[in-house]
Design a protein around this ligand. Structure first.
Ligand SMILES: *[C@@H]1O[C@H](CO)[C@@H](O)[C@H](O)[C@H]1NC(C)=O
Length: 87
């Protein structure tokens, strides 16, 4: 809600962009759907149970691996390691 439109603007996408997300429950909740409609954001239809082709998933996987080998022992360290790693 706070970042979507400003991110699109910073990326220079103009006005004709389509938002892509997977069908994670937090993305498909009633409150999110209503906000997307009200904010007039076009959302790419995404079939359920389909392979996730979103390139960001690769980045999450690499980040998880790199942080895991550093064995964070508490939340503070986990946060710090995530900030420091560059997948
Ligand atoms: C987190 O773990 C590190 C390393 O063991 C320690 O130095 C630090 O004090 C811990 N921080 C908290 C908030 O427990």
């Amino acid at each position: 809600k706070d970042n979507l439109k400003s991110s699109a603007q910073r990326l220079g996408l103009g006005r004709s962009w389509v938002f892509q997300q997977d069908n994670d429950p937090k993305h498909t909740s009633k409150v999110v759907i209503e906000w997307l409609n009200q904010a007039r954001i076009r959302v790419l239809e995404w079939p359920s149970q389909s392979p996730d082709l979103n390139p960001i998933e690769n980045m999450w996987k690499m980040l998880k691996k790199q942080v895991h080998v550093r064995k964070p022992s508490n939340l503070t360290e986990l946060h710090q390691f995530c900030q420091e790693e560059e997948p």
